[in-house]
Structures are given as structure tokens and as C-alpha cells.
Design a protein around this ligand. Structure first.
Ligand SMILES: C[S@@+](CC[C@H](N)C(=O)[O-])C[C@H]1O[C@@H](n2cnc3c(N)ncnc32)[C@H](O)[C@@H]1O
Length: 393
């Protein structure tokens, strides 16, 4: 059951999902009087009557809520805590709406049956490796290498001047910056869940005097962006790090305009290659793929792009692949591989509990890849899979 409320100050949705025992409130809840909330409060009461055990109250997309509304919803929850001591209330917040965690925490202090969980504290297993400042050098060097290919590829997938675009999981924002300079879109929103990456992105944009990019803190699986807004929605090298990429694609579909396109890139890391020392290189990248799988990330996703886009409902799929090589720029290639070794054979391998012997051999493959990249007759490659799909009109 879903209810929509629209008024001069309010624009929100309440929904009850009996299968997940979840009541959700999203949007801007700023009623002038409590009467405006009556249908939603009734829905909450009915939801409570229908569940046993735990009722999840999902406020992950609750952008704003005034005190009138907060007290009205809180009253129903607190009263029912007392009337139904068998029931637990778990209020699920997101760091994206940080005020909600603080505000609802007050309820958990007065009622032991109310618990507040900020779900994106640990919403995917590899999060700590990929959202910390240490990842910045990797992203910088990677984008430097991929851009020379992508600037040619992008127009084939719908990039053109004047469009409204969103880059989801934008990292340190280099891609948005390059797009802004090269293609001059009318609007760019660049969203990420790493505050340190966004701070870096804003600083770089300022240094280069590039204006107009809307760097936004957000969660790609629960975006606060509205439906049908963008002509082009990109997500590069990121679906592969989520254990449920379909959730992100669903969100990208939602914010894309009908007729617009969603563009994704992913890797198949075990296909990285190099000569000389091909065998040792191959061994390390096979192991790298397994290391990511250990943290529930699929670095083999590239060739699956096509399938994911079809399953998400897109049409007119276009897919291609390209190879970043040392022939583009041997030192930059070596820098990318060095940054991989630092993080993957460093923190990540350590966290899995790898033996010193394993780590030594693992590191050797990266060094051999660098050797191949810098060798006067060597060849080193990193393949990337690109695909885009159109949201039906
Ligand atoms: C591998 S990086 C790719 C960054 C960028 N697209 C690029 O190609 O350089 C993955 C990015 O996803 C971001 N991320 C992870 N989980 C996210 C989430 N739930 N919502 C938004 N961004 C997220 C990380 O902070 C990181 O910047």
C-alpha cells in the first residue's frame, strides 16, 4: 500500500511492504497541521497491527521532516511500544540524511524496543577500501588513462553538448570535470558516498576554475534525486564493487529521462595482461579477482554489462570494449599498477589474512606488469567493458 501527499510544503510518500515488514516514509514532510498526516498515520497504525516481531521503519530517503510530523509519527511508535511490548521497532536511517539518525536516536533512548540503525555504515563489504582517502591516487591515475579512449567512445552512447547528466559514484570527480570541459553539458550532478573524495573533487574543480558541477553526497542505491531528470546517467567502474549492482541500476533507470541513456563501465580484471613475464602477471590478476570476490565484489563484471542492462529494462543496448595499454603512456600505466599493488596487496590482502609468502608472490605479479609496461619492447594491457542502454520512451 502506497500513499502520496502533495501540498505547498509537503511532498512525500508513505508505503507499507508486508513481506519485508517495512513501513517507509520518504520526501519532504512539512505539514502545517497534523490533519494533513492523517492517512499516513493510519497506514502506520495498520502496519503495526499486521506485523509480529520487528517492524522496520525506513527513513533512508526522508529528506526533511518538521517537528509537527516528527512528533506525530513518534507518538504512534512510542504508544505502540507500550501497548505491544512483543514488538521491536528498527528505524533505518542513512548517513545521507544525518539529522534523522540524531533525531530518531532520541526515541531509542526513551524506549528500549526502538533501535536506530544507520544502514550505510556497512552496506557493502569492501566499503572501507573504496571510500577512504587512500583510494584517491588510484582513481586519479585510472581516469587519466581511460579518458583518451572514453572521449571518443562517449558520443556513440549519447553524450552531446547541452544535455543534463549525472555521474553516479563519481569518486574524485575527474570524469565529471573532463566531461564538463570537453562536452559542455547544461547540467552535471556528480554523486558519491565518500566525503573525502567529494572534498577533493570540489577542491580540484576550484583549482581548475571549472564551475557548475553539483557535487553531491548521496547513496547510489537510495538517491534523493527525482525521477526522469537526466539525459545521460553514468556509473564507471563502480557497479562491480556492489554485491547487488541491480539495485543501483534500478536507481539510475529511475532518474534517467525516458529516451535517455545509462552508460556503465566495468572491468574483467583477470584479463589484464603483459609480456614479458606473462605467466606471473596472469597469476596475480587471477588472484586479484578472487580477492575481490572474497569481499563480495565482482571484478569480472565487464562482459556481464549487457545482461545487467537488459534485466534492468533498458533497450537499444550498445556495448564495446577497449584496452588501456602502456603504448598510450607507459609511465602512467605503471603508476596505475603501482597504485593497485599498494592497496590490493596492502590493506586488502592483510584484511583477508593472507600469508607473507602469498603477498610476496601477489606483489611480484604487479611488479612484473610494471616491468612489461616500461620494457622498451614490452606490452601491458588493462581491458574495460563499456555498455549503455536506453530507457524506453
Ligand atoms: C571504484 S570507485 C570509481 C570512482 C569513479 N567512478 C571513477 O571511475 O574514478 C567507486 C566509487 O563508488 C563510491 N561508492 C561506493 N558506494 C557508494 C554508494 N552507496 N553510493 C555512492 N557512491 C558509492 C566510492 O566512494 C568510490 O568513489
Amino acid at each position: 500500500m502506497t500513499l502520496y501527499a502533495h501540498g505547498p510544503w509537503t511532498r512525500f510518500k508513505t508505503h507499507f511492504d508486508p513481506n519485508n515488514q517495512e513501513f517507509s516514509i520518504s520526501g519532504l514532510v512539512r505539514p502545517q497541521t497534523i490533519d494533513e498526516l492523517a492517512p499516513s498515520l493510519t497506514l502506520l497504525k495498520e502496519s503495526i497491527e499486521r506485523v509480529r516481531g520487528v517492524l522496520y521503519v525506513n527513513v533512508k530517503r526522508l529528506a526533511q521532516m518538521n517537528n509537527t510530523a516528527f512528533h506525530a509519527f513518534a507518538r504512534v511508535i512510542v504508544d505502540n511500544c507500550r501497548a505491544r511490548p512483543d514488538l521491536q521497532f528498527v528505524i533505518v536511517t542513512s548517513s545521507v540524511v544525518g539529522w534523522a539518525t540524531r533525531k530518531f536516536n532520541r526515541l531509542s533512548q526513551v524506549e528500549p524496543n526502538i533501535r536506530v540503525e544507520q544502514y550505510d555504515n556497512a552496506f557493502y563489504p569492501g566499503q572501507s577500501f573504496l571510500e577512504e582517502g587512500g583510494f584517491i591516487p588510484i582513481l586519479r591515475t585510472q581516469t587519466k588513462m581511460t579518458w583518451r579512449h572514453e572521449r571518443e567512445i562517449l558520443p556513440r552512447h549519447g553524450m552531446r553538448p547541452g544535455i543534463a547528466m549525472a555521474d553516479i559514484c563519481c569518486g574524485i570527480g575527474d570524469f565529471a570535470l573532463l566531461v564538463q570541459k570537453e562536452f559542455n553539458p547544461s547540467r552535471i550532478v556528480a554523486l558519491d558516498h565518500s566525503k573525502s573524495s567529494l572534498a577533493y573533487a570540489r577542491q580540484v574543480a576550484e583549482e581548475f576554475d571549472v564551475r557548475g558541477i553539483e557535487y553531491t553526497y548521496g547513496d547510489a542505491s537510495e538517491m534523493l534525486l527525482e525521477d526522469d531528470q537526466f539525459d545521460f546517467v553514468t556509473c564507471r567502474h563502480s557497479l562491480q564493487i556492489f554485491n547487488r549492482p541491480a539495485l543501483i541500476l534500478k536507481e539510475m533507470y529511475r532518474i534517467c529521462k525516458p529516451g535517455g541513456r545509462v552508460y556503465i563501465t566495468n572491468e574483467k580484471i583477470s584479463h589484464c595482461l603483459g609480456e614479458p613475464r606473462g605467466e606471473a602477471i596472469q597469476w596475480t590478476y587471477n588472484e586479484l579477482s578472487k580477492l575481490f570476490a572474497h569481499f563480495k565484489m565482482d571484478l569480472e563484471m565487464g562482459p556481464k554489462n549487457h545482461r545487467y542492462l537488459i534485466e534492468a529494462g533498458f533497450q537499444n543496448i550498445r556495448a564495446e570494449s577497449f584496452m588501456v595499454t602502456n603504448l598510450d603512456d607507459s609511465q602512467a600505466f605503471a603508476d596505475v599498477v603501482q597504485s593497485w599493488e599498494n592497496t590490493f596487496a596492502g590493506d586488502m590482502s592483510q584484511q583477508r589474512g593472507d600469508s607473507p609468502e602469498f603477498v610476496e608472490q601477489f606483489r611480484r605479479g604487479f611488479q612484473d606488469h610494471i616491468f612489461a609496461a616500461l620494457h622498451p619492447k614490452g606490452y601491458a594491457g588493462w581491458p574495460i567493458w563499456v555498455a549503455s542502454g536506453q530507457k524506453p520512451l
